[in-house]
Design a binder for this molecule. Structure first.
Ligand SMILES: [Zn+2]
Length: 485
């Protein structure tokens, strides 16, 4: 008789400090799937579901059933009702039949509107329904891992690369070990240790630096009876009792060894933790630094409101400073998300002057709205084709948009939140970023692929926002601020 494995997934990195919840539409835009049509969509992709697809092809003795699979880009807390719907889908899928194993693809930094550790709630529910069969789970390197997970899951592992290029490798390993557990060839036991430090992700790349050292330290200790060691950097903006770095160890039959190695790796994380600390200048100091650079453009990046880190294109820290700085050379500010203002500008017309308030619309706690009298320079419908390198040829939509001007500053206001990753963004507004001295953008990393080659320099500034750099200023309610590095 065939053996059966249930597969489910909920993958979302949450910024607790974003006032905009993550809703069904956000999942539908990326992944909200169920049933047998799911796996073919991921065939050959370096993703967890790509690994499941390969597993089901290569293991005909296994009946692979895909239950609810959901993933969205990083954002604010998941809507509570939607999370409950996910749990209901999971329960319905698991109930009423006997399973040999379960594989779950989780993130580890999920937060919902009412829960700080929903990943643990998912694991508890699954354990409660399926009983004592092997459960395997994989996590993102940015997961904030609670010790309880070790007792709820049999086999677990997380990504060991940043950028995350090993999602499929990690999932395949978890599937393989889970099958071995079903077959009685291994007796997986686990341990989680937490070094009590909340780390920034700036220095978490694994090509060089402290995270590379940690991965090598862990890999050197992954010898029998240790099956897997994953150091987790954690995600500082997901506010939970377990915010911060951790290590998960999975061992074959030797719980003491798992615990001992977990403590050893945790101590190494603690030792290296100062190397993850970052400091950036404030907005004014950053703009002065940009002025001192010969030539241009100089990109001034406001990562505290980067939409890929849970930002909302609404904070005013950098913009307010730019107004006061009063640049004597051309500057562009991208961008504010304000559909109403964009609509009003379209109704007013090019060449007219408009009195308006910029930013501070959704989250005035990160900076109150800034009143300006601005000239309407250009109006667009906001659709363009990415010129690359990221997503070359793919259509991008920023919605009805307007380019405003105050003195030397041109300001982009859009109807949709679209990260500034492509030159097409500015070109369709009639702006040539090469002719600008100060290229002020709410972004962090992805911007660099297209823009770094044409910038004379890039300055990152620290301003208040959902993804602010100074973590001591973040309004934590659950994490232990004493763990900040
Ligand atoms: Zn991650």
């Amino acid at each position: 008789m065939k053996r059966s494995i249930a597969v489910a997934r909920l993958w979302l990195e949450v910024n607790s400090f974003s006032p905009v919840p993550t809703a069904l539409a956000d999942f539908e835009a990326k992944e909200w799937l169920i049933g047998p049509e799911t796996l073919p969509l991921f065939a050959g992709t370096p993703t967890e579901l790509g690994a499941v697809e390969a597993f089901s092809r290569e293991n005909p003795a296994w009946d692979v059933q895909v239950l609810r699979c959901a993933a969205a880009d990083p954002g604010g807390p998941m809507e509570e009702a939607l999370f409950e719907r996910f749990l209901a889908d999971l329960e319905r899928g698991l109930s009423g039949r006997r399973w040999d194993a379960v594989y779950l693809s989780l993130h580890g930094a999920l937060i919902t509107q009412a829960r700080t550790t929903p990943d643990i709630d998912i694991l508890k529910l699954v354990r409660c329904i399926v009983g004592a069969i092997p459960i395997g789970a994989s996590f993102d390197m940015h997961g904030n891992i609670g010790p309880e997970m070790a007792s709820l899951v049999d086999v677990f592992a997380g990504y060991k690369t940043l950028p995350h290029l090993d999602m499929d490798v990690v999932a395949a390993k978890v599937l393989k070990l889970t099958v071995q557990a079903v077959e009685g060839r291994i007796k997986p036991v686990g341990a989680v240790a937490r070094p009590r430090c909340i780390l920034h992700s700036f220095n978490m790349r694994t090509s060089d630096g402290p995270m590379k050292e940690l991965e090598e330290f862990a890999a050197a200790r992954t010898v029998h009876p240790i099956l897997d060691i994953t150091p987790y950097g954690g995600f500082p903006y997901a506010d939970s009792p377990f915010t911060g770095a951790s290590v998960m160890v999975c061992a074959d039959g030797d719980a003491d060894a798992a615990r001992r190695v977990a403590e050893e790796v945790a101590a190494e994380i603690k030792r290296l933790s100062p190397q993850f600390a970052v400091e950036r200048p404030g907005a004014r100091a950053g703009l002065e630094q940009a002025r001192s650079v010969t030539g241009g453009p100089v990109a001034v990046l406001e990562s505290g409101d980067n939409t890929y880190s849970g930002g909302i294109a609404d904070t005013t820290g950098l913009f307010q400073a730019l107004l006061v700085f009063d640049p004597q050379e051309p500057a562009v500010f991208a961008y504010f998300h304000d559909p109403e203002l964009a609509e009003r500008a379209h109704a007013t017309g090019v060449g007219k002057v408009i009195e308006c308030k910029l930013g501070g619309r959704v989250a005035p706690e990160y900076g109150v709205p800034v009143a300006v009298r601005a000239e309407i320079v250009r109006l667009t419908e906001g659709t363009f084709k990415n010129s690359g390198p990221m997503q070359r040829g793919v259509e991008a939509q920023m919605g009805r948009s307007v380019l405003l001007r105050v003195g030397q500053i041109e300001i982009v206001v859009t109807s949709k939140r679209l990260p500034v990753n492509d030159l097409g963004y500015f070109e369709q507004l009639g702006v040539d970023p090469r002719q600008v001295k100060y290229l002020c953008v709410k972004t962090k990393n992805h911007f660099r692929a297209a823009f770094a080659p044409l910038c004379a320099s890039i300055v990152e500034v620290d301003t208040p926002g959902p993804a602010g750099i100074d973590l001591s200023k973040m309004p934590y309610r659950h994490a232990n601020k004493a763990d900040l590095v």
